[in-house]
Design a protein around this ligand. Structure first.
Ligand code: SGN
Ligand code: CA
Length: 517
């Protein structure tokens, strides 16, 4: 792909563009966009970032031919809010979707709407999770709420339809079908392909059940964190030891009904099992019945039980990732086989990061690194290959897509286009720090609401309301964020300057009401 084609993307639809100076050719169409987002895919389990747990050769193809962002973050580490930030390019309070209980105001400006007005054919397929119906899409086929792994029900352009099979396969089939038969091939497309996987409860596809059965994964160094000096970290409900349910999360719904856990979760565990058809159940039982028998015989307690839970969690999660990776491979092959790879920006990301046992946790929500970060790979035809280390955030995706499509970026958008970074050009930005704000409380997992700023080296966080607690980390010397240095002698000047940045960003993003300093 030559650079001239890449430049085509920044011209408006219909603008004449010739791929060579000498011969006049068909005007190049603006670049297509394929935005793939998984739900809760940790960078720790994506081998372009970290290959200590699993290899993801297909997702890695996007990195190998494009850019791997090594400092990619979200604005609010939870699904609905993250999706709303991505669609609008604005922080949560400004887009009105602050937590998973919100309903997205579909009348507002989003990048798919602006692309549609520019002549793009737009679609969203898979998890949506924004309560209101999608707007700005020519086609939408979305899971209800979180969606189910087995035989999921979708809403296709307003009509409910249950589909047989495993969610990641079914969602991929729908996307390929739309690319093949659904869209208008005369127009550039923007497809948001949103997998529900690998969200809790990490249910593998039947063909992947035996993978990793004999693997034991290294227990993270912070697994037995004592949360000293960190009030909010001590007060959460997302611990593998205390909160991960053996029947619901770890699939120990035994036929003999001898294993019992939290009654509502146990019941939910049996309910999701019962969504499967007879063949699915038979394959499932052939695997988990062996696991259950071994578990019963072992009589585990204390740390042995905690570590068994961790291993079982990792095995299921990685099985689910295997299926995601295989399905991303199908999509990339489709683009290649249909001559679309050279005229499509391919993005791979997650709605946030996830804990793989670090600090003893699963889930996300915190501004600590594992959940604040999110994987981000972008393959731009004609663009550069390699790592980009600038601080980027999911509010940057909307302006990136808009610039790529030749649409003027509205001035109320908070994010900044990453297109120059993808082209290897200088990024003119005054960004010194990223702003983060998590609002959902009280709720499942009990993570206290907090906001903060992160520079390349430091992170300042404030847990407001009842906790009223500040945290400060030097990420260069304390990458695991175990040592809260807020208030320690010698940090006064640093704290003042970070608080000043925080205040300025709260003003910039319309969050003055939260300023507490
Ligand atoms: C569900 C999960 C939670 C998870 C939230 C938010 N419980 O409520 O563990 O934190 O979703 O996740 S579950 O029992 O229903 O699986 S999010 O990624 O969609 O925001
Ligand atoms: Ca999520």
């Amino acid at each position: 792909m030559n650079v001239a084609i890449a430049t085509a993307a920044v011209l408006p639809l219909g603008a004449a563009l010739f791929t060579s100076c000498n011969e006049a050719k068909e005007p190049a169409k603006p670049m297509n966009i394929l935005y793939i987002m998984c739900d809760d895919h940790s960078y720790q389990t994506l081998s372009a970032y970290d290959s200590s747990y699993i290899k993801t050769p297909n997702i890695d193809r996007i990195a190998a031919d494009g850019v791997r962002f090594t400092n990619s973050f979200v604005a609010n580490s939870i699904s609905g809010p993250s999706r709303a930030c991505m669609l609008t390019g604005k922080h949560s309070l400004a887009n009105g979707f602050t937590d998973n209980r919100s309903s997205f105001d579909g009348a507002q400006q989003t990048f798919p709407k602006l692309l549609q007005a520019q002549g793009y054919e737009t679609a969203v397929i898979g998890k949506w999770h924004l309560t209101s119906e999608p707007t700005g899409f020519n086609h939408w086929d979305i899971l209800i709420g979180q969606g189910d792994y087995y035989n999921p029900t979708f809403i296709c352009n307003g009509e409910k339809v249950q589909r047989s099979g495993y969610a990641t396969n079914v969602t991929t089939d729908l996307a390929l079908d739309w690319l093949d038969n659904g869209r208008n091939p005369e127009k550039p497309f923007c497809l948001l392909l949103h997998h529900k996987a690998p969200h809790r409860t990490w249910m593998p596809d039947t063909c992947d059940l035996e993978l990793f059965s004999d693997s034991n994964f290294p227990v993270p160094a912070t697994f037995y964190d004592d949360y000293k000096g960190r009030k909010a970290a001590a007060d959460q409900h997302m611990s593998i030891s205390k909160d991960m349910d053996i029947v619901y999360d770890l699939k120990l719904a035994d036929k003999e009904n001898e294993i019992h856990s939290r009654p509502d979760l146990e019941e939910a565990g049996r309910r999701i099992y019962n969504r499967m058809d007879a063949a699915q159940k038979a394959a499932w039982d052939a695997h988990y019945d062996k696991v259950i028998a071994k578990f019963k015989a072992a009589g585990l307690k204390g740390r042995a039980l905690d570590e068994w839970k961790y291993q079982q969690y990792m095995r299921d999660y990685l099985r689910v990732i295997t299926s995601v990776d295989r399905n991303i491979g199908r999509v990339l092959d489709y683009l290649k086989d249909n001559g679309l790879l050279d005229n499509t920006l391919v993005v791979y990301t997650s709605d946030q990061g996830f804990y793989m046992g670090e600090h003893g946790w699963f889930d996300k929500r915190f501004m600590y690194e594992e959940s604040f970060r999110t994987p981000l790979l972008m393959r731009l035809p004609g663009g550069i290959k390699g790592d980009v280390s600038e601080l980027v955030q999911n509010i940057d995706y909307a302006p990136t897509m808009l610039e790529l499509a030749g649409v003027e970026i509205p001035s109320d958008i908070h994010g900044e286009s990453l297109l120059p970074l993808l082209k290897g050009e200088k990024w003119t930005t005054d960004r010194e720090a990223l702003y983060y704000h998590y609002y959902e409380f009280p709720d499942e997992h009990s993570v206290h609401p907090h906001y903060g700023v992160r520079t390349e080296r430091y992170k300042l966080m404030y847990f407001y309301d009842e906790l009223d607690s500040w945290e400060l980390y030097d990420l260069e010397n304390d990458k695991n964020e175990l040592n809260n240095i807020y208030g320690t002698p010698g940090t006064e000047e640093l704290t003042d300057s970070l608080k000043q940045m925080l205040k300025e960003l709260q003003v910039k993003y319309g969050e003055e009401e939260y300023i507490t300093q």
